[in-house]
Design a protein around this ligand. Structure first.
Ligand SMILES: NC(=O)c1ccc[n+]([C@@H]2O[C@H](COP(=O)([O-])OP(=O)(O)OC[C@H]3O[C@@H](n4cnc5c(N)ncnc54)[C@H](OP(=O)(O)O)[C@@H]3O)[C@@H](O)[C@H]2O)c1
Length: 311
């Protein structure tokens, strides 16, 4: 089968031929129709990470159909339309491939009627992260949330979920994204590259935001700069490793975010997407062969929603 892999930690991703994977007990092989790009994919390729098995098939998010059911009882049947995160222990069976292996106890759910597989593939990591980041903030109706990096995959979902709860979202983006972010429900958008971003945020939230979700900082200095947009007693949540929120000094509490995907949350996100209540803006739909270039491009920045690969 075709798969996009790295042969060792830090190697360039490449399209290779691999044997079709076999399911173990409680597992299923999924014929992947779409995989979705997340920054974690190039972060994993750059290693060192938990993955120990090479070649490492990149990608976690997928949508497709159950092709083979492994030995033992299983909640899935051949032909089921499924989506979720491919998180096989060892990390060797990713989603950038014609076939991937997932366990029935893993974060995998049925694709509901009315949801196309490309959109389903775009949801798992971005949607789960957005929902759980919002839960971590504990914000209530009428409070304010500054989303740093709001135009990307997680930010687009987070903006919508927060706005739907009556939270005032301020999007901190690079470039003029006022129209895009307003369509997603943001109350305002501040261009981080246009001079006095701090002043522009204060113009919308004079006391500072009740919470800041920092989706971009991978270092303590950048995170502290964004956390300073929160009010005294407010919260700043770091989505990226390296931000080191524990090192934050001053009147804002820093919290590190970790993803905990679940079947129940996937089902809820998919239902919302099928009903039109949650949109996952698609930046690009590309053939799998284009994944190495798309990973490099995402690493360089500029994402506006999700990139999916048709397999
Ligand atoms: N901890 C966890 O479990 C977890 C789970 C999910 C995601 N994450 C992390 O969350 C981050 C965001 O994920 P994603 O899927 O949303 O990524 P994405 O789709 O690539 O979006 C990132 C967005 O941030 C923008 N950006 C970059 N630097 C910026 C800056 N200084 N100011 C304003 N905007 C900036 C980018 O556009 P421009 O470059 O044009 O500005 C892009 O729109 C990733 O690093 C990912 O690894 C962590």
């Amino acid at each position: 089968m075709r798969a996009v892999t790295v042969g060792r930690s830090g190697a360039e991703p490449e399209l290779v031929q691999l044997p079709k994977p076999e399911p173990g007990e409680g597992e299923v092989v999924v014929k992947v129709e779409y995989a979705a790009l997340n920054p974690a994919d190039w972060q994993a390729a750059g290693g060192p990470g938990p993955a120990t098995a090479f070649p490492l098939v990149l990608g976690t998010d997928f949508a497709g159909r159950v092709d083979v059911v492994g030995p033992g009882e299983n909640r899935f049947r051949v032909g089921d339309a499924v989506f979720g995160l491919a998180l096989r222990p060892g990390g060797c069976s990713g989603s950038y491939a014609e076939y991937t292996v997932v366990h029935q106890d893993g974060p995998v759910a049925l694709v509901p009627a009315g949801l196309d597989p490309g959109t389903a593939a775009a949801l798992p990591t971005a949607g789960t992260a957005a929902a759980q980041l919002l839960a971590v903030t504990g914000l209530r109706r009428g409070q304010s949330l500054l989303v740093v990096g709001a135009a990307g995959g997680v930010g687009s979902c987070l903006t919508q979920l927060a706005a739907a709860r009556g939270i005032r979202v301020v999007a901190l983006v690079r470039g003029d994204e006022r129209r895009r972010m307003a369509l997603l429900g943001a109350a305002g958008a501040v261009d981080a590259t246009a001079g006095d971003a701090a002043g522009a945020v204060r113009a919308v939230c004079p006391e500072g935001a009740d919470a800041v979700a920092d989706l971009v900082s991978g270092d303590p200095v950048g995170f502290a700069r964004h956390a300073a947009h929160a009010r005294a007693g407010g919260l700043a949540v770091a989505a990226r490793p390296g931000a080191d929120p524990a090192a934050l000094t001053g009147p804002v509490e820093g919290v590190a975010f970790r993803l905990h995907p679940s079947v129940r949350l996937l089902e809820a996100l998919a239902a919302a997407a099928a009903e039109g209540g949650l949109r996952t803006p698609l930046d690009a739909e590309l053939p799998l062969e284009k994944a190495p270039g798309a990973l490099a491009q995402n690493r360089a920045g500029g994402a506006r929603g999700k990139t999916v690969f048709a397999v």
